[in-house]
Ligand binder design. Structure first.
Ligand SMILES: [Zn+2]
Length: 176
C-alpha cells in the first residue's frame, strides 16, 4: 500500500464509521501495519492509505520484531483528555517534516476491536500522543493544523513545497 502524501484530498475527508467486521477488515489492518513498518512509522490511519474508514493501527516501538505494543483500533473516540504537553511529531503523510504539537498527556478512549467488541481504556504519554494524532486523521485533521503560530511560520516553506509538488489539474485540460 502507498501512503497518501499531503496535500492528498483524502487526508481532509477522514474516515467513516466501520459497520462491517470480518476478514476484509482484518486484512486491511494487517496491510496497514505492514505499510507502517516498511515506512518506519509508529502509527497509521486508514485515510492515509486512501481508505475512508475509522480504523487506525500503531506500535510505539515501530519495530516489526517487537509487536508487543501493536494495536488496531476500530471506530475510536476520545472520551476524556487530561493535562497538556508539547512534543515533537512527524507524519508519514509529511515526509521529513517534524514539529512541536501540544497534546493531552492522558486520554480515555472507547473503541472496537476487529471482532466488533467495545473497549474503554486510558492511555498516557507517547501512546496517548500517537492515538490523538491518528484519531485526528480520522476527522480530517492534520498535525500541521495544530501548530503554534511560531511553528507554523517555521514549517511554512516546506509545506508550500509539498503543496506545489502535487500538480493541480491544469487549466488547459479543464478547457479541453
Ligand atoms: Zn499522521
Amino acid at each position: 500500500m502507498d501512503v497518501v502524501q499531503y496535500p492528498g484530498p483524502v487526508l481532509r475527508r477522514g474516515g467513516k464509521k466501520v459497520e462491517s467486521f470480518g476478514p476484509d477488515l482484518s486484512r486491511l489492518a494487517e496491510q496497514m501495519l505492514e505499510t507502517m513498518y516498511s515506512s518506519k512509522g509508529v502509527g497509521l490511519a486508514a485515510p492515509q492509505v486512501g481508505v475512508e474508514l475509522d480504523l487506525l493501527v500503531f506500535n510505539p516501538s515501530g519495530d516489526p520484531e517487537d509487536r508487543s505494543g501493536e494495536r488496531v483500533l476500530v471506530n475510536p473516540e476520545l472520551l476524556e483528555r487530561k493535562g497538556k504537553e508539547f512534543g515533537e511529531e512527524g507524519c508519514l503523510s509529511f515526509p521529513g517534516l517534524y514539529a512541536d504539537v501540544e497534546r493531552a498527556v492522558t486520554v480515555a478512549i472507547r473503541f472496537q476491536d476487529l471482532q466488533g467488541a467495545v473497549h474503554e481504556e486510558r492511555l498516557t504519554d507517547f501512546v496517548a500522543r500517537i492515538v490523538q494524532h491518528e484519531i485526528d486523521h480520522l476527522r480530517g485533521v492534520l498535525f500541521v493544523d495544530r501548530l503554534s503560530s511560531v511553528e507554523k511560520l517555521r514549517v511554512r516553506t516546506r509545506l508550500l513545497e509539498m503543496e506545489e509538488r502535487v500538480p493541480a489539474p491544469s487549466r488547459g485540460q479543464a478547457r479541453a
